[in-house]
Design a protein around this ligand. Structure first.
Ligand SMILES: Cc1cc2nc3c(=O)[nH]c(=O)nc-3n(C[C@H](O)[C@H](O)[C@H](O)COP(=O)(O)OP(=O)(O)OC[C@H]3O[C@@H](n4cnc5c(N)ncnc54)[C@H](O)[C@@H]3O)c2cc1C
Length: 292
């Protein structure tokens, strides 16, 4: 039987470092483990939430009544093929990119500054620098308590930072279509993108990435909130990044409630000053929502 732990805090599973305990936590390392874990939860009518690196997650301070899964072992490996990369859902973007470069496969460079996993990338249709998952994804293997199947980007409903995936659907494997590119060229592209990122975003702080999706407006969410004078605005231990206003930093001892309160304030100011209703990009886990 796969090992289950009780009460593991979401704060340990998320990059922002906030959030209360999960009812149960397991790290399946094989497909058989994963199926066993899903069956265990189904027998108890318990929800299932899969986390990657938790780099886009805000979990309730009260915790989450769910079996939380983190894919490891065989479910986090990467294999390069002819013009393709096959990654476990738990494989980090850094490991995928490393394998792609070694195999002379380009196209994944845009993900160099996205600190997540293959599965998290599919769920979020993560993207940067004009590319996103939908452009390189051939198909994703989705496993549920009822069975497994491969889904294409269209079947996954990928659009701007969105998929139609729901909790209980676990992305166990991902197939990327990449193109032939010299490892040195890949290295140069990645070096340039990372330098650009470090100059404009708080990459060395505890954050969960972009707070809000960019609205349909000439200003992106970051510029909009900066114009509202929110850089450095602090509630409890959470602070709007002084470097980029669409990031919230855990400045020390932050709670999820602090971060949510900042989000409510940011949304209010954007509404008042620009008449824009910002929609959050970060995924909320547990019994929390952004109050109106
Ligand atoms: C410094 C920083 C910079 C960032 N920059 C970017 C950026 O440029 N572009 C961008 O798009 N994002 C960015 N992000 C946000 C985040 O890194 C991405 O959304 C990333 O794809 C999330 O991956 P993850 O594996 O950490 O997913 P998590 O944050 O762990 O989870 C996100 C969602 O995916 C689900 N999920 C995760 N893994 C699986 C799986 N195997 N099966 C089913 N569901 C799963 C979770 O349940 C959750 O709903 C940034 C974050 C940080 C902290």
């Amino acid at each position: 039987m796969i090992e289950l732990q009780e009460g593991v805090p979401l704060a340990r599973l998320t990059t922002i470092g906030t959030g209360g305990p999960a009812t149960a936590f397991a790290k399946p390392s094989t497909l058989a483990d994963l199926e066993q874990a899903l069956a265990w939860a189904a027998e108890r009518d318990l929800a299932v939430v899969t986390v990657g690196l938790g780099s886009n997650l805000l979990g309730a301070d009260e915790g989450v009544d769910a079996l939380v899964l983190r894919l490891v072992g065989e479910l986090a490996t990467v294999e390069a093929g002819e013009g393709a990369l096959l990654a476990g859902g738990g494989a980090t973007n850094a490991v995928c990119l490393h394998a792609a470069r070694r195999a002379g496969l380009g196209g994944l460079e845009f993900a160099c500054a996205i600190p997540g996993t293959a599965g998290g990338g599919v769920w979020m249709n993560a993207g940067a620098y004009g590319s996103d998952w939908s452009e390189i994804l051939v198909r994703a293997r989705v496993v549920t308590a009822d069975g497994a199947g491969w889904l294409t980007p269209a079947e996954l409903g990928l659009s701007y930072r969105h998929s139609d995936l729901r909790h209980g659907q676990v992305v166990a494997a991902v197939e990327y279509r990449l193109e032939s590119r010299a490892p040195d060229e890949i290295k140069a592209i990645v070096g340039d993108l990372i330098a650009r990122r470090k100059a404009t975003q708080p990459t060395n702080k505890r954050t969960f990435g972009s707070v809000f999706k960019n609205p349909e407006h000439e200003l992106g969410a970051g510029r909009m909130l900066e114009t509202c004078g929110l850089k450095g605005h602090t509630i409890g231990g959470a602070m709007i990044s002084p470097l980029h206003a669409n990031f919230i930093e855990n400045a020390g001892g932050a709670t999820t409630a602090d971060a949510l309160a900042l989000m409510v304030e940011a949304r209010r100011r954007a509404r008042e000053q620009f008449g824009v209703e910002l929609r959050h990009e970060v995924e909320l886990i547990g019994e929390i929502e952004l109050p109106a």
